[in-house]
Design a protein around this ligand. Structure first.
Ligand code: C5P
Length: 393
């Protein structure tokens, strides 16, 4: 599927796709790990601070690139003040405020992505997140007047069926609140400790001490103790990832429309500065003040930060910059298909690192998602290839 997507764009653009695929797979794996690993201190990091810092770094990079881009259009002796003035005018140009819309949506999407990655294993996350292919296609038809064609709609129906199958909770899972699929082994001692604290004075029951190291569920604990703080909650994860997919589709198409159809012809870096500027406000007000304000006031902005958290933030920065280039050079639909191969990468890595196990239903759903991706992305001419004509001399 990835190769067929590559066949639709030129070589320079195709060069971006393996990077985006790698970034996408790595981001969700590292983000998931950052949410389930034992925190260094008393508390895990606040996700809103990560979303905020992501925007700070993207703003700095976009500003640097916009200054470089603008400086090339000026004479070498032009004073720096003229350069700054041009950037300022570009950023706060008449339609710059329109980026407030996609900025608010992307901020919501990024916050939801953290919630989803903390409550789902990376494979379920990636498969369910493919819903953004549907939402992006629908918003592209509505806002950008794109044609999907028969093949496009058929593949979207198959994709929807696949996603529905994958989102069905498995009967092997005893209860949402005790779902621990995909938690690394070294997480367990801390979880037991937390449970022990939650149920004051209660001894950890025997079944808890026999937690299977492979794909463990707290079945024993669930029977014998009142529910403690859930570690991974399937329903919360599914809800967060599905809403995030809808918001991703709308935000992406909205950004593409402003980038490609605006009369001001602002460059992608100028648009990214505007986007980050409004995203910073949204992430601060909605995330750092509203969502996590109390916790941040009590424990500090950098509570729980370690190398894994920084790696998550940097991967998200790389993803944002790559996504904007792919949206500029191709479009959102192509971007989504280029990243759908992340399902396979997450699958292999999760089986290896997170002891991920699958059942037949999950495999059926995932196969449908991959089939839909292939049908959608394969060029029309390959599906209806004429039989080769033999030239007889
Ligand atoms: O999953 P999806 O492809 O929609 O994710 C796009 C990501 O790229 C989001 O995290 C969004 O914040 C980021 N982005 C960005 N700058 C853009 C477009 C998207 O940082 N111009």
């Amino acid at each position: 599927a990835c190769a067929s997507v590559f066949g639709r764009v030129d070589a320079a653009q195709a060069d971006l796709f393996p990077k985006l695929t790698f970034q996408n797979s790595a981001l969700i794996l590292v983000m998931h790990y950052s949410r389930v690993m034992p925190p260094d201190g008393d508390h895990r990091y606040f996700t809103s601070t990560a979303v905020f810092l992501n925007e700070v770094i993207k703003l700095a990079i976009s500003l640097t690139l916009a200054m470089y881009e603008t400086s090339k259009t000026l004479a070498p002796s032009t004073p720096a003040t003229v350069l700054f003035e041009q950037i300022y005018n570009g950023v706060f140009s008449s339609d710059g405020w329109l980026l407030a819309g996609p900025a608010a949506l992307y901020t919501l999407q990024n916050l939801l992505q953290y919630a989803a990655a903390g409550n789902l294993d990376p494979v379920h996350f990636q498969v369910l997140y493919q819903v953004k292919i549907i939402t992006t296609a629908v918003f592209s038809v509505m806002l950008l007047r794109r044609q999907l064609g028969f093949k496009g709609w058929v593949s979207l129906v198959i994709l929807t069926c696949g996603v529905c199958i994958v989102s069905l909770p498995s009967s092997e899972k005893p209860s949402d609140s005790f779902l621990l699929h995909g938690v690394p082994d070294h997480f367990f001692p801390r979880s037991k400790h937390e449970l022990g604290q939650t149920v004051a004075g209660a001894a950890i029951p025997e079944p808890a001490l026999h937690l299977s190291k492979r794909s463990a569920t707290y079945e024993g604990i669930a029977k014998d103790l009142p529910p403690a703080d859930p570690i991974m909650n399937f329903s919360v994860g599914v809800t967060a990832v599905l809403i995030s997919a809808v918001v991703s589709g709308l935000a992406g198409v909205y950004f593409e429309k402003l980038l490609k159809e605006s009369s001001t012809n602002a460059s992608v870096w100028m648009r990214n500065i505007q986007l980050s500027f409004y995203s910073l406000i949204a992430a601060f007000m909605g995330g750092c003040v509203y969502q996590d304000g109390e916790g941040i006031r009590e424990h500090g902005f950098f509570e729980g930060y370690n190398a894994v958290v920084w790696a998550t933030i940097l991967l998200q920065v790389a993803g944002g910059l790559l996504a904007s280039l792919v949206i500029r050079d191709a479009d959102n639909i192509v971007k989504n298909f280029a990243t759908s191969i992340s399902i396979v990468i997450s699958f292999v890595v999760s089986m290896w690192i997170f002891d991920f196990t699958v059942n037949a239903t999950f495999l059926l759903g995932t196969s449908l998602v991959l089939l839909a991706t292939y049908i959608y992305s394969v060029p029309e001419r390959k599906l209806h290839r004429p039989s080769p004509v033999r030239i007889v001399s």
